[in-house]
Design a protein around this ligand. Structure first.
Ligand code: PLP
Length: 394
């Protein structure tokens, strides 16, 4: 298989898998237990917290909270901060139209439960405009949640500028950085954010474990209730072996980024160049200059992306029609619609997302395959697969 669907998930790196096995063997205890086995696990947990804080340049290790993944970190950040800020009389939330559902859904939930929500539009390459943020801010604004990099088109958002604006007004800022880790430098102090989400399975770690960075002093009302774990911010027995693997994975991905980030971008750019050359009627969505180095969202005129996706799969190439968790959707992606693309343009789009294990030979092979199969599908769409697209009525 040629895996160009690495925004959906990344393969677990060998050394991360070895660390998961080692930690499972060596830290069997409950990190909250007072006996020696528990204390050993607890000490290792605090070591992991320090190492993650170092990679993210957090001021204090205690600002790192371990969670079950990106979705939990997003929910915890948005609901935890929103409810705490509500106690100070602020009940207005701002997010963007291209967020992952893990951000949009809790925002929409809060909008049904006493909060006011503003959803910012994006420009035609998928970027939030700072003027729109300025216009949206009110005295009652509690939280702005805008992602660092988009999962479908890779666009990088002006988070540091948003934070500078929000700081003056006492507004908290959360960023979903799930698609940024291992691809962009993440420095929480330089960004100036209050909260940030990460998920290990997007950076060569296991599924089901993530990071929620919460800047010291940020108003927060714990979202997951129960025991006093994670310095009272996230209840539940702590998954020490998975956290050991996450920590190793974050260091691994960061080292890859520093050493091989330029090559990753070169391969992505080569894919785009070859596809645009070899496949007439193909176009890039978004702005590759302000984009994660691994992501290419490519639109093919006159075909349904689902047909192409299945054909590629049959030929051993993995790609995606949008975000992996939206595979069953019946409408084109909300991200592509937010860029101003029509339903047909959205449904003719595939996402190719590379990882550090992809090679130039693979990229060249995929371009050759696309050059062959796109015209075939255009002329002879497979009758057995009906596009599940239901056109949006607005
Ligand atoms: C931008 C973004 N946020 C959040 C998530 C959810 O993360 P997890 O799969 O760890 O729940 C994803 C996963 O696709 C994502 O791409």
């Amino acid at each position: 298989m040629i895996n160009l669907d690495q925004n959906a998930t990344t393969p677990v790196a060998e050394e991360v898998l070895a660390e998961l096995v080692r930690c499972t063997r060596e830290y069997p205890g409950n990190s909250s237990s007072g006996h020696s086995i528990g204390l050993t696990a607890g000490n290792f947990l605090e070591e992991c917290r320090k190492r993650v804080a170092t990679v993210l340049n957090a001021k204090h290790p205690s600002e790192i909270v371990f969670t079950s993944g990106g979705t939990e970190s997003d929910n915890a950040a948005i609901e935890g901060i929103a409810y705490a800020m509500q106690q100070n009389g602020r009940n207005h939330l701002i997010t963007s139209a291209i967020e992952h559902r893990a951000v949009l859904a809790p925002c929409e939930f809060l909008a049904k439960h006493g909060f006011e929500l503003t959803v910012l539009p994006v420009n035609n390459v998928g970027c939030v405009r700072i003027e729109d943020v300025k216009k949206a801010i009110k005295p009652s604004t509690a939280l702005i949640s805008v992602m660092l990099a988009n999962n479908e088109i890779g666009t990088i958002q002006p988070i540091a500028e948003i934070c500078a604006l929000a700081r003056e007004k006492g507004i908290a800022v959360h960023t979903d950085a799930v698609q940024a880790a291992g691809k962009l430098a993440i420095d929480v102090q330089q960004l100036g954010i209050n909260a940030l989400s990460l998920s290990a399975h997007k950076f060569y770690g296991p599924k089901g474990v993530g990071v929620f960075y919460l800047r010291e002093g940020t108003a927060y009302s714990p979202w997951m209730l129960g025991g006093t774990h994670e310095h009272n911010r996230r209840a539940g027995t702590v998954a020490v072996p998975q956290i050991g693997a996450l920590t190793k994975a974050l260091e691994y991905a960061e080292a890859k980024r520093i050493k091989h980030g330029t090559e990753l971008r070169r391969l992505r750019d080569l894919l785009i160049k070859l596809v645009l050359e070899k496949v007439p009627g193909s176009h890039v969505n978004g702005d590759v200059k302000h984009c994660t180095p691994n992501t290419a969202s490519i639109r093919f005129d006159g075909l349904y992306g689902g047909h192409l996706l299945r054909k590629l799969d049959a030929l051993g190439v993995l790609a995606s029609a949008g975000s992996a968790c939206m595979w069953e959707r019946t409408k084109p992606s909300h991200v592509l619609s937010a860029l101003g693309l029509s339903d047909d343009q959205g449904s003719g789009t595939l996402r190719f997302s590379l990882g550090y294990d992809n090679t130039e030979a693979e990229i060249r092979e995929v371009a050759e395959i696309l050059a062959r199969v796109v015209p075939e599908i255009r002329h002879n769409p497979p009758a057995e697969i009906q596009p599940p697209l239901v056109r949006a009525s607005h």
